[in-house]
Design a protein around this ligand. Structure first.
Ligand SMILES: [Ca+2]
Ligand SMILES: [Ca+2]
Length: 265
């Protein structure tokens, strides 16, 4: 997570260096957090918590919901704590969820505590762009915990994804071109606790947009981008398949160099 935030800070510093920075058109966004703790017994049947969300297509949405369910005598039955930190601009999407859920009273018939996070952002590019998608999910202990995220073309394939279930972690990193079209970035998390099985974990993702010839995605278009592209081109790797036709050949070099020159002027 720290790596993502550092890279984000560097990217925003470098962003002013070049005039021709592309943007994305955010078509819709839904950032949700649902935190609930419930208990049921002979004389007791109650839940605590809330579901809150933002449909704003830009800006920060940070929130924390704490569900603290107590019995009639003030004894703790179940607790859940969920947090979201997020930001959407026309050049990036940043998202973090943290979840912690626990059932403390084993004497009650039935009790559970859960944190659900669900974010989906849909956006459009009118021109080709270069992007970086990074994600990380971690379940802290073996429990009923799932989290994951993806970058996908709307109505098309998944481009990059990550997911974790129970204890452990998973990550994803995609650097490449997206062609003009409609895409989505989404992340979701589900931590559900029962007596004796607490659930906790986190999810983070970052999506950033660069000019299509900013090959090294540092926010400016210069000789280093040309050199890095040519090195991949000479090795004929998929990383230099600029027109996305599945082969790396001369037409990729011709097109990339022409666009790179035009962007530098
Ligand atoms: Ca660059
Ligand atoms: Ca090609």
């Amino acid at each position: 997570m720290q790596t993502v935030l550092t890279a984000m800070a560097l990217a925003s510093v470098a962003a002013g260096a070049n005039a021709s920075l592309p943007t994305m058109d955010v078509l819709s966004a839904d950032r949700e957090l649902f935190v609930i703790a419930c208990g049921f017994d002979y004389e007791f049947d109650d839940c605590a918590g809330a579901r809150e969300s933002s449909l704003a297509t830009s800006g920060f949405y940070d929130n924390q919901i704490i569900a603290d369910l107590n019995d009639y005598y003030g004894g703790d039955i179940a607790d859940a704590d969920g947090q979201i930190f997020s930001n959407i601009t026309d050049r990036r999407i940043e998202l973090e969820y943290f979840a912690n859920a626990e059932v403390l009273d084993g004497g009650i018939f039935s009790a559970d505590a859960s944190v659900y996070g669900d974010t989906d952002v849909e956006f459009e590019f009118l021109d080709d762009v270069r992007v970086v998608f990074e994600g990380y999910a971690e379940g802290y202990t073996q429990s009923y915990f799932t989290a994951g995220g993806s970058l996908r073309e709307v109505g098309g394939p998944v481009i990059s994804s990550f997911a974790v279930q129970g204890a452990g972690d998973d990550d994803a990193r995609f650097v490449g071109w997206l062609y003009a079209g409609t895409y989505s970035v989404s992340g979701d998390l589900d931590a559900s606790a029962f007596f004796g099985v607490p659930a906790a974990g986190e999810l983070s993702l970052s999506f950033r947009v660069y000019h299509k010839t900013d090959f090294n995605t540092d926010g400016s278009i210069d000789r280093a981008d040309r050199d890095a592209f040519i090195a991949e081109y000479r090795a004929r790797t998929a990383a230099a398949d600029y027109n996305g036709d599945g082969v790396t050949n001369r037409s990729d070099r011709v097109a990339f160099i022409a666009d790179w020159r035009a962007a530098r002027d």
